[in-house]
Design a protein around this ligand. Structure first.
Ligand code: UDX
Length: 460
């Protein structure tokens, strides 16, 4: 059957179930758009928690399930993410099974080809198997960090996990160039909970009918080859997802993009601005906030800084800043609550991205050729940051915590020194590769064709 013949076989429905966190909802909705453009109809099952606005996606059908989380567990996605994710996997089971059963039994609708759910929602594998529906996994993070997750049993056996403070600078010889401090960790009451969550994610991904990655072959060839050998299921690296469509002006989450960012960037010198943003979940202390503020002020570069209302522990927004701080900079600094990040990164005034290295932010930066300053906070961000600075050579990592002197020096190294020029050149090479992978003969395009073919051949 040719590609076009297969794509004419419309009447196939896909059910997608994202993890309800911003960094996971966005790529799942992008994937939904990609598959919709290939002739599939899309039904999104979503928790009522953090739900996207359906009217922004009139071409998709939505079903909402109540995740049954007590209020204190809803808020703990910021304080104990592991507890939140474990709870989601437990509590969503019954409503998700009911919803999927209902969709499967609706004879007035097209037949469902498969479920595509986030790798972290590992409970969905058992539900899909029970209902005899194939499940594909979407892994929204990098392949390289998944290699580290799949090595957790080995890392535990070798004594790297749980992480001990006395060993932070030691190399992890089994996973070069990682050091112990680059291993995924996360603040949680019991480190064993993270270990179990990660192992369940990996084992249930292995049990699936295939894994879709928001990455591209030329970026992570070694990790993809390793996973190909280890996991034993088809892999579809079809990223970067967000470059398939124009940047959306309507965010899928609860925060509204600040409309002042682009006009402010328009007034700046090309490649002069440091864009600073730490994603949707990371939090910092008041002390760290002030070190960042003074580091930016002392760098003498213009900066656009996203300070979410819940970014700083114990503060509503910018209260810790000394009076007159921004005014004294004479317009050199602009602070917003949430930015249209993808548009910001495409702006010619932006010369660097100071990021927490969530995978979406990392990939968005690569796609626009913007070098990074890396300040990973938790989980996969640490692995991503190490790859950015040491493997791809497209950024500098803040190694001494959050300290104004190091911040000022690092910004200067990247923005004005020869070292920064070299980093920028390497970044532009990688950007070209990211452009190429989406071209007609690019690997991600071919991989997308393979994915469509794979879905159409899945047996329910
Ligand atoms: C979370 C985890 O923190 C991260 O480790 C994992 O890789 C993905 O899930 P998050 O903290 O949300 O991610 O960061 P990131 O992956 O970078 O995603 C943030 C998304 O929000 C990006 O798509 C970014 O463009 C968008 N964003 C961020 C905005 O649109 N505006 C902003 O001001 C900040």
């Amino acid at each position: 059957m040719s590609n076009s013949e297969m794509e004419q076989r419309k009447g196939r429905r896909l059910v997608l179930f994202p993890l309800p966190l911003q960094g996971h909802i966005n790529p799942m909705l992008d994937l939904a758009n990609i598959l919709h453009s290939r002739g599939f109809s899309i039904t999104i099952i979503h928790t009522t928690f953090n739900s996207p606005e359906p009217s922004n996606y009139p071409h998709f059908a939505f079903r909402f399930i109540s995740e049954n989380l007590p209020e204190h567990h809803r808020t703990c996605c910021k304080t104990d993410l592991v507890a939140f994710l474990s709870m989601l996997n437990t509590k969503c089971g019954p409503p998700f099974r009911d919803c999927l059963t209902d969709l499967l039994s609706d004879a007035s609708e097209e037949p469902i080809a498969c479920l595509i759910s986030d790798a972290i929602l590992y409970f969905t594998q058992d539900v899909a198997s029970e209902l005899k529906l194939p499940r594909l996994v979407l892994r929204t993070g990098a392949a390289s960090s998944f290699c580290v997750f799949s090595a957790f049993p080995l890392l535990k056996e070798k004594g790297y996990l749980p992480i001990q403070d006395s060993r932070l600078d030691e190399p992890v010889v089994e996973l070069p160039p990682l050091r112990v401090k680059d291993l995924p960790s996360i603040h949680t009451n019991d480190p064993e909970d993270l270990y179990n969550l990660v192992n369940s994610m990996v084992s249930q991904s292995k049990a699936s009918s295939g894994i879709i990655w928001n990455t591209f072959q030329e970026l992570e060839p070694t990790a993809l080859e390793t996973l190909h050998q280890q996991l034993g299921v088809p892999l579809f690296p079809i990223g970067p997802f967000h470059k398939r469509f124009a940047a959306t002006s309507s965010p899928s989450g609860p925060l509204t993009h600040d409309g002042t960012c682009i006009p402010w960037l328009d007034k700046q010198v090309p490649q002069s601005v440091v864009y600073v943003g730490f994603g949707s979940l990371a939090t910092i202390s008041k002390t760290q906030f002030l070190e960042i503020a003074w580091g930016l002020a002392n760098s003498n570069q213009p900066f656009l800084w996203v300070v979410r209302p819940d970014l700083i522990h114990g503060s509503d927004w910018l209260e810790p800043l000394p009076n007159g701080f921004l005014e004294a900079l004479g317009g050199r600094g602009h602070i917003v609550k949430w930015a249209p990040q993808q548009q910001v990164l495409t702006h010619p005034s932006v010369g660097a991205f100071w990021t927490h290295n969530g995978w979406n932010s990392t990939l968005e930066s690569i796609c626009e050729g913007v070098p990074m300053i890396c300040m990973p906070c938790f989980t996969d961000q640490r692995v991503n940051a190490r790859f950015v600075s040491e493997v791809w050579g497209i950024g500098l990592q803040l190694e001494k915590g959050v300290e104004r002197g190091e911040i000022e020096r690092t910004i200067k190294r990247l923005m004005v020194e020869k070292e920064g020029e070299n980093i920028r050149e390497r970044m532009l090479c990688l950007k070209e590769k990211s452009d190429h992978c989406l071209s007609r003969d690019g690997f991600s395009r071919q991989s997308s064709d393979n994915l469509v073919r794979h879905i159409l051949l899945l047996e329910s």
